[in-house]
Design a protein around this ligand. Structure first.
Ligand code: NAD
Length: 292
C-alpha cells in the first residue's frame, strides 16, 4: 500500500463522527488498488464544529471528493456549490465531488440509488410496483425518494409516531409533488392497515433501526400470514447479516429475503464512480470483504 502512494497520489476523504468503525475506507482503497488508480481514501473525524473548516480544507487541498456521514449529511449542503435533484429532495448528501480539484463542490446522495441497485442485483424490479415500507429516518427517506424516482407506482410508508414522523410527512409530500408515485403515510400502530398494505404489495422494505443492536431481537413482522411466496422482503440493516425479520421471512417462504449489504456496497460503488469515473469492481469487493 505505502509503495503505491507518491507525490501524485490524489486524496478522497470521508468526514463523519464516529467514523473509525466504517467499512468505507477499506472498500474504496481495495477497489482503487485493484484498478491501479492513484488515489488514497482516508477517514477524518469531523463533526458539526469542524465541518465548515473541513469543507474549506477540501477546496484548499484539492481533495478530489469526499463521502459524508452523520452528523454532517444535512449540514454540509449549505457549504456546497451544487446539489443533485435527488439529494436536494432527500435533504441529505453522502457524496461530494470536486472535479479536477478546482473547488466546485457538488453533492449527491447515493444511499437511495445504492438500495435500488441492490434490488436490481437480486433481479427485483421496482417500476410500477406497490411497495410497503417502514422507516422514514435518514436511510428511509433516501430509499423512499429514490424508489419514487425509479417508478414505484404506490409507496405506502408506515412509521411509529416518534420524532421521525414529521419527516415522513414531508417525504410523502415531496414524493407526491415531484414524482408520479402515489405516496401515503400511516402510523405503524395501525397494524391492520400495515398487514393489508403488505398483502397488496410485491415488495416490503424495512428501513428502520429494528433488527440492529440494541433491537436485534425485534422484528416488525411476526405474523407468518404476512409472508407470501411472491413477496420480496428487503431489510436495510447489514449488521447482523440476517436480522430477525429476514430469518422469519426465509422460514415462512418469502420469495427473497435481502439484507442491507448490497445497498452498502452499491452506495459506495456509485460514489466511487463519481470520484474516479471508473466502475467499482463490485463482485471483487463483495467477495473480498463480505463473503462468509
Ligand atoms: P434514523 O435514526 O434516521 O431512523 C430510524 C428509523 O427507525 C425511523 O424511521 C424510526 O421511526 C424507526 N424506528 C426506530 N425504532 C423503531 C421501533 N422500535 N419500531 C419501529 N420503528 C422504529 O436511522 P437511519 O440512519 O435511517 O438508519 C436506519 C437503519 O438503516 C439502521 O439500522 C442503519 O444501520 C441502516 N442503514 C443501512 C444502510 C446501508 O447501506 N445498508 C445505510 C444507512 C443506514
Amino acid at each position: 500500500m505505502t509503495e503505491r502512494l507518491t507525490g501524485h497520489t490524489l486524496l478522497i476523504s470521508l468526514i463523519a463522527t464516529p467514523i473509525r468503525h466504517s467499512m468505507s475506507p477499506t472498500m474504496h482503497n481495495e477497489a482503487l488498488a485493484k484498478l491501479g488508480l492513484d488515489y488514497a481514501y482516508l477517514a477524518f473525524e469531523v463533526g458539526n464544529e469542524e465541518l465548515k473548516d473541513a469543507v474549506d480544507g477540501i477546496r484548499a487541498l484539492g481533495v478530489r471528493g469526499s463521502n459524508v456521514s452523520m452528523p454532517n449529511k444535512q449540514n454540509i449542503i449549505q457549504y456546497l456549490d451544487e446539489v443533485s435533484p435527488e439529494a436536494k429532495l432527500i435533504g441529505a448528501v453522502n457524496t461530494v465531488t470536486n472535479k479536477d480539484g478546482k473547488g466546485h463542490l457538488v453533492g449527491y446522495c447515493t444511499d437511495g440509488t445504492g438500495a435500488m441497485a441492490a434490488l436490481a442485483d437480486e433481479n427485483v424490479a421496482v417500476k410500477d410496483q406497490i411497495v410497503t415500507m417502514t422507516g422514514a429516518g435518514g436511510a428511509g427517506t433516501a430509499v423512499a425518494i429514490q424508489a419514487a424516482f425509479d417508478g414505484v407506482k404506490e409507496l405506502r410508508i408506515f412509521n411509529i409516531n416518534d420524532q421521525h414522523f414529521q419527516n415522513a410527512e414531508e417525504t410523502v409530500r415531496k414524493i407526491n409533488e415531484n414524482t408520479d408515485c402515489k405516496a401515503t403515510l400511516t402510523d405503524l400502530v395501525d397494524q391492520e392497515a400495515f398487514k393489508q398494505s403488505i398483502a397488496e404489495s410485491s415488495i416490503y422494505i424495512d428501513a428502520t433501526a429494528v433488527g440492529m443492536k440494541p433491537l436485534e431481537n425485534e422484528s416488525l413482522i411476526n405474523d407468518p400470514e404476512v409472508i407470501r411466496p411472491d413477496l420480496v422482503v428487503f431489510d436495510v440493516v447489514y449488521s447482523p447479516r440476517e436480522t430477525k425479520l429476514l430469518k422469519f421471512a426465509k422460514e415462512h417462504g418469502a420469495k427473497k429475503a435481502i439484507n442491507g449489504l448490497g445497498m452498502m456496497v452499491y452506495q459506495g460503488a456509485t460514489a466511487f464512480e463519481l470520484f474516479t469515473g471508473e466502475e467499482m469492481p463490485v463482485d471483487y469487493i463483495k467477495e473480498l470483504l463480505f463473503s462468509e
